[in-house]
Design a protein around this ligand. Structure first.
Ligand SMILES: C[S@@+](CC[C@H](N)C(=O)[O-])C[C@H]1O[C@@H](n2cnc3c(N)ncnc32)[C@H](O)[C@@H]1O
Length: 488
């Protein structure tokens, strides 16, 4: 049996056999809650360190869900009799027949991965050297967190891999969902995963948006392959995006104009070797090639060249042996040639413009605080910064709800007091405020529309109306652009 054809055999299973498999997963309690408890063991360690600890923990539990997690999520072996009982005889036999389970006498292991992910199950390859298909990972999660499907009726997931994001979108109620990927094996997994989860999507093999050329969508989501490829290292389709890494992502940006409806939105996540926000913004704008988008760039520090090299070398050789050392050196030399000490990790959120084309860059410590709803509000806010005075005076301008006013007092003899706006979970860039600006922010919290907040503030600081209005309008425009203030 050709192991490379496993996803095709899975995708072509009859309905009844897929239903038996699904029923077995439900019955066994093979879900995210039990997965999360395993992921909490030795977090952030390399798999070589972490996985044996997780498998040990699972072996002490002895319930069906733990057995499925050991085999499907962590590549462990389980007693054949226990696994047959956990899956039921029918589902077990189906998986053995297609080569998804490998029975070695009394022990059985899986030849693929299956992860419970945001309410769906995603089957993908176990990591191997032969161009594997990727299931959901940490960066899939970052992108999923930043999405919002409100008002989205059609979506294309470009470079969908095993279909994780497309299926999450479909499960969230998006009516028309399409996944594309250049790797036919990825699309076979995606087809299987769609059927396993009873979610109907369209799946196409092809380069970026080419399979859906001529069609337009409300949303494009993509985490294309974006790792820099050393020239002396064989490439992986799921990983490498070009010599710099970001070439594929930038090429996709150039297709957004044709892929999106006039008010459509795109989320594209990638790494880039460019060191600063300015260069990144220039490259993104050049890639887009059009001013018809409001643009929010979330630029986070990303990994150091050394950490990046460790991470990708350990993928090739989980046992951290000779191949690991050679691969580490190849990445390290490549990053040195590129002059890269640290890659930047970038989330581009583009939205068909409201008419006043807007763009802004935030540089938080990480992506944790960036929900889709927050990105939308930030984009709206930036667009509002270009509104007329009259429009702004009538608008409900208020502080961003992720912002906190922090009163900081030195314990030195001077007892200095400073006021800051700090953002929860890195959802904005912290800034210091003067006393009067802090007072204005609280007036904006308590009074709407802006005209009313200005009147309240003018009284507090004893300024005449016209002077107060001029100062506040300037502060508000700047606050809208920096993410401190939002409208609505
Ligand atoms: C980092 S993986 C992301 C998979 C999935 N979207 C996720 O978030 O879990 C990148 C995917 O891009 C696909 N890919 C690479 N080059 C491509 C291309 N030129 N056109 C379409 N897909 C491509 C790979 O096969 C891989 O599935």
């Amino acid at each position: 049996m050709d192991p490379r054809a496993l996803p095709r055999r899975l995708a072509d299973l009859p309905d009844a056999e897929i239903a038996a498999l699904r029923a077995a997963f439900v019955r066994a309690g093979f879900d995210e809650r039990s997965l999360a408890s395993c992921e909490a063991i030795a977090p952030r360690q390399l798999d070589a360190v972490r996985v044996p600890a997780v498998l040990h923990e699972l072996s002490t539990r002895g319930d069906d869900g733990s057995r499925l997690l050991a085999v499907f999520a962590y590549g462990g072996e389980v007693a054949t009799a226990d696994l047959t009982a956990a899956l039921g005889a029918e589902a077990f036999a189906v998986l053995v027949r297609v080569g998804a389970l490998v029975v070695d006498g009394a022990r059985t292991r899986a030849a693929l991965r299956v992860l419970p992910y945001r309410g769906v199950w995603i089957a993908s390859d176990e990591f191997h050297d032969d161009d594997p298909v990727m299931g959901p990972g940490m960066t899939t999660d970052e992108l999923a967190n930043s999405l919002s499907f409100a008002g989205v009726t059609s979506l294309v997931d470009v470079g969908c891999g095993a279909g994780s994001l497309a299926l999450v979108a479909k499960a969230s109620g998006v009516a028309e969902v399409v996944g594309t990927d250049i790797d036919p094996r990825a699309i076979d997994y995606a087809r299987f995963n769609g059927r396993l989860n009873r979610l109907e999507c369209e799946w196409w093999v092809g380069d970026l948006g080419a399979p859906v050329a001529g069609r337009r969508f409300d949303a494009v989501v993509s985490q294309p392959a974006y790792v820099a490829q050393p020239e002396d290292l064989e490439g992986s389709t799921f990983l490498h995006g070009g010599a710099r890494g970001d070439e594929l992502a930038v090429r996709l940006l150039g297709q957004l104009d044709a892929l999106l409806n006039p008010r459509g939105r795109a989320w594209v996540l990638f790494d880039t070797p460019d060191p600063g926000a300015r260069q990144i913004a220039d490259r993104v704008n050049a890639g887009l090639g059009t001013g018809r988008f409001d643009l929010c760039l979330v630029v986070t520090p990303g990994n150091s060249a050394a950490d990046q090299s460790i991470g990708y070398a350990s993928l090739r050789d989980g046992g951290l042996g000779r191949v690991y050392a050679e691969t580490y050196a190849a990445y390290r030399r490549h990053f040195a040639r590129l002059g890269v000490e640290r890659v930047r990790h970038v989330l581009v959120h583009a939205r068909g413009t409201t008419g006043r084309a807007a763009g802004f860059v935030v540089e938080p410590a990480g992506l944790a605080g960036f929900s889709g709803a927050l990105l939308e509000r930030l984009l709206d806010a930036v667009a509002w910064s270009g509104a007329t005075d009259e429009e702004l005076l009538a608008a409900a301008v208020r502080p961003n709800e992720a912002a906190r006013l922090v009163h900081e007092q030195s314990l030195s003899a001077s007892g200095d007091v400073r006021l800051w706006v700090r953002f929860e979970r890195g959802a904005g860039v912290d800034q210091e405020l003067s006393d009067t600006a802090a007072l204005l922010v609280t007036c904006l919290r308590d009074h709407r529309p802006l005209r009313a907040a200005i009147a309240a503030w003018a009284e507090e600081v004893e300024l005449d109306g016209a002077e107060a209005q001029a100062q506040v309008l300037m502060f508000v425009r700047q606050g809208l652009r920096s993410g401190l203030l939002v409208v609505g």
